[in-house]
Design a protein around this ligand. Structure first.
Ligand code: ADP
Ligand code: MG
Length: 405
C-alpha cells in the first residue's frame, strides 16, 4: 500500500477480541480451528476476550492499559472494529492509543476491511475461510501500515470515527434490513439487495462536498500524480504532507482555523481527536469553495474509504488504506431496476465505475455534507446505524495503524 512498514519483532502479545454473535455465530470456533495454531507458530501470545454485549469492546479498549499489547486484533465483522476505533478515540490519550496497531480477522458477515486489506496485498480474491487464513498470515507477518480515519459529525454534535463507509439510501437500507439474513453469512447482502430492488425508492436530500483536487495544499512538493488500477490518475497527498497536516491539526492550526474556530470545543464528544478544519458547523452553509450537487433525488449516496464494502463488493477499486481520500459515489434517481442490479453485479468485480452509467457519479473528496429531507430514515457508518439527520464528514489521513500483508 506504500505505507511505512515496520517489522514487529517476535515475540508479540496480542489482545484478541471476538464477537461470538458475529457472522453465523461461529467466530470463536473459526478462531480456534484456523487461526490459533498459526499465531502460536509465529511466537505470538494472546489474551482472548470474548465480547458479552454490544459496546463491551468499546468500553474495554477505552479503559485498558494498552502497553500490555503489541496489537489489538478484532475477530468479527466491521462492527466490532468500529467499536474499537471509537473506544480508542474516546481516550484522553487518543493520539497515542489510536497508534496501537490493529489487526482484523474476518469472523462476521460484513468483513469489508479484511477483504480490502487482502485486496491491497495484490493476492487473488478469496472469501470465507480462505480470507480468514490470509488475514491470519498477515497478522503473523506483522507489517504495519497507516490507516485513514474519517470523522463523522452528527446533528447532535456527536462525532464518530469511521474507517470504512458512510451510507444513505439503498445501500444503508440493505445493510440494516439484511441483518435478518445473518445466518447466510456474506450472502446476506446479495439477498438484501434483491429484496430492496423490488421496493426501489427515491431518497431526497442535499449533498455537498469538498473535491480532493481543490483542497490540495498550495505547495505541491509533497504530492504527486498516482495511477490507479482503473487507469485514472489523481493527485494524492503523500505521506509527508499528511503527516504535516495531522501535526498542524493537533497544534497551531486549530486556533488559526478561519472557518471554524471553536468546533472542537462545542461539545464534549468533539473535544477528543483531531480538529475538523475542513468543516463548518452543520447549521451554517457549506464553505463557498465546496461543490453542491444540483440533484436532490437519489437512489443511494455512499462515501467509502476502503476498496470493499463487503467480501464480494468492490465499491471503490482505486481506494487505498492511506490515500487521504473519501471516494464518494452517488446514484441519481431515475435509474431502472435492471441498471441498478447490473451496477451491483459489476461491483462484485469492481467494474461498475467503467460502465459509464449516466446515473452514477464518482468523485474523490476530502469532506462532504449530506442533509436528508425526510424526517426518518437510515444512515450507516461502517455498517452500523447512527443518528439520522444532517451529517458531515472529513478524512484524517493516517490517523490509525493496521497490520497488513
Ligand atoms: P457482523 O459482520 O456479523 O455484523 P459485527 O462485528 O459487525 O459482525 O458485529 C455486529 C454487531 O454486534 C455490532 O454492532 C457489534 O457492536 C455488536 N456486538 C459486539 N459484540 C457483541 C456481543 N457479544 N453480543 C451481541 N452483539 C455484539
Ligand atoms: Mg456488521
Amino acid at each position: 500500500t506504500g505505507g511505512v512498514c515496520a517489522d514487529m519483532t517476535s515475540p508479540r502479545r496480542f489482545l484478541v477480541l471476538i464477537n461470538p454473535q458475529s457472522g453465523k455465530g461461529q467466530a470463536l470456533d473459526l478462531f480456534n480451528n484456523h487461526v490459533k495454531h498459526m499465531l502460536q507458530e509465529a511466537n505470538i501470545t494472546y489474551t482472548l476476550q470474548v465480547t458479552e454485549r454490544q459496546n463491551h469492546a468499546r468500553e474495554l479498549v477505552r479503559e485498558a492499559d494498552l502497553s500490555q499489547w503489541d496489537s489489538v486484533v478484532i475477530m468479527s465483522g466491521d462492527g466490532l472494529l468500529f467499536e474499537v476505533v471509537n473506544g480508542l478515540m474516546e481516550r484522553e490519550d487518543w493520539e497515542k492509543a489510536i497508534q496501537t496497531p490493529l489487526g482484523v480477522l474476518p469472523g462476521g458477515s460484513g468483513n469489508a476491511l479484511a477483504a480490502s486489506i487482502h485486496y491491497y496485498s495484490g493476492s487473488k480474491p478469496v472469501s470465507g475461510k480462505e480470507l480468514l487464513v490470509s488475514c491470519g498470515f498477515m497478522l503473523c507477518k506483522g507489517l504495519v501500515s497507516h490507516l485513514d480515519l474519517t470523522s463523522v459529525c452528527l446533528a447532535s454534535n456527536q462525532r464518530l470515527f469511521s474507517f470504512l463507509s458512510l451510507a444513505w439510501g439503498f445501500v444503508a437500507d440493505v445493510d440494516i434490513e439484511s441483518e435478518k439474513y445473518r445466518h447466510m453469512g456474506a450472502a446476506r447482502f446479495t439477498m438484501g439487495t434483491l429484496v430492496r430492488l423490488a421496493s426501489l425508492r427515491v431518497y431526497k436530500g442535499k449533498l455537498a462536498y469538498l473535491p480532493a483536487e481543490e483542497s490540495q495544499a498550495p505547495s505541491s512538493s509533497a504530492s504527486s500524480e498516482v495511477s490507479f488500477t482503473d487507469g485514472s490518475k489523481s493527485c494524492l497527498v503523500h505521506s509527508s504532507n499528511s503527516n504535516c497536516q495531522d501535526h498542524c491539526l493537533h497544534n497551531s492550526c486549530n486556533s488559526n482555523n478561519a472557518h471554524n474556530p471553536n468546533w472542537a470545543d462545542e461539545s464534549p464528544a468533539t473535544s477528543k481527536g483531531p480538529a475538523d478544519t475542513l468543516l463548518v458547523p452543520l447549521d451554517q452553509p457549506v464553505p463557498t469553495h465546496w461543490s453542491v450537487v444540483k440533484e436532490e433525488d437519489f437512489v443511494l449516496v455512499m462515501a467509502v474509504y476502503q476498496s470493499h464494502l463487503a467480501e464480494d463488493l468492490i465499491a471503490a477499486p482505486a481506494s487505498r488504506l492511506e490515500d487521504g481520500t473519501i471516494h464518494l459515489m452517488y446514484v441519481k434517481a431515475g435509474i431502472s431496476r435492471q441498471a441498478l442490479l447490473r451496477l451491483f453485479l459489476a461491483m462484485e468485480k469492481g467494474t461498475h465505475l467503467s460502465k459509464n452509467c449516466p446515473f452514477v457519479v464518482y468523485v474523490k473528496v476530502r469532506a462532504l455534507r449530506l442533509e436528508p429531507y425526510a424526517p426518518k430514515g437510515i444512515i450507516t457508518v461502517d455498517g452500523e446505524v447512527v443518528e439520522y439527520g444532517p451529517v458531515q464528514a472529513q478524512v484524517h489521513g493516517r490517523l490509525a495503524r493496521i497490520i497488513t500483508g
